[in-house]
Design a binder for this molecule. Structure first.
Ligand SMILES: O=C(CO)[C@H](O)[C@H](O)COP(=O)(O)O
Ligand SMILES: [Fe+2]
Length: 225
């Protein structure tokens, strides 16, 4: 089943709580929370205190994308703040297996993200331990960037590998996804779709969420693969 994860990076931060409640009401599955530290990526966003405040307002799955150096230092805080899925970047973890175990020790789902220029093979020896792979389809740091087309091949390759090994791992894709390219992303094998600017900067958020979800439903009914 396709899950839609609107990224609040493109929401109005002066009314973040209302924005999260709105996407929940309109049928989003997850809320994608982009955490940036100004070191791993050239931007600074939000920390565990904000996650904790939002947690009181919403029952959505909190999909926390950590774009930070040395994430081990903060995983406990993000876990206790109410995250459901915690995703770290392979590029930011010296001991990736240890970091994954740390996330799981708090009873949270563990995700591993890779940047556009990172090879899929960095995931080879952690595939048995993770719940989700996040394929970045832009260089992380900012919303509203253009989708990098080579991501499609990458999604397809990891989907084939997961299926061949009969693993149950979600494939999330993040960056530059809109109503014109989401079909290709799903067809390539993604089942968790992140969209920030395409949702929050659209004229009608409800209609945009509906249209994204219809792409997922199309494949659930067995069409077109
Ligand atoms: O992780 C991210 C950026 O690093 C964001 O989740 C992503 O860019 C979503 O925004 P958009 O859909 O506008 O590209
Ligand atoms: Fe993200």
């Amino acid at each position: 089943m396709m899950k839609l994860a609107p990224s609040i990076l493109s929401a109005d931060f002066s009314k973040l709580g209302e924005e999260v409640k709105l996407i929940e009401k309109y049928g989003a599955d997850y809320v994608h929370i982009d955490v940036m530290d100004g070191h791993f990526v050239p931007n600074i966003t939000i920390g565990p205190l904000v996650v904790k405040s939002l947690r009181k307002l919403s029952n959505l799955v909190f999909d926390v994308h950590l774009m930070i150096e040395d994430p081990d230092k903060y995983i406990e805080q993000f876990a206790k703040a109410g995250s459901d899925i915690i995703t770290v970047h392979a590029e930011a973890c010296i001991h990736l297996n240890r970091t994954i175990n740390l996330i799981k020790s708090f009873g949270k789902k563990a995700g591993v993200a890779i940047n556009p220029a990172t090879h899929l093979n960095v995931l080879d020896y952690v595939l048995d331990d993770i719940d989700m792979i996040l394929i970045m389809s832009v260089n992380p740091g900012f919303g509203g960037q253009k989708f990098i087309d080579s991501s499609i091949k990458k999604i397809n390759e990891i989907k084939k590998k997961i299926d061949a090994e009969r693993l149950s791992i979600d494939i999330e894709v993040d960056g530059g996804i809109n109503l014109n390219n989401v079909d290709d992303v799903i067809k390539a094998g993604a089942n968790v779709i992140v969209a920030g600017s395409a949702i929050f900067e659209s004229e009608n958020i409800k209609d945009t969420i509906d249209r994204f979800k219809r792409f997922g439903e199309k494949y659930e009914k067995g069409c077109c693969f």
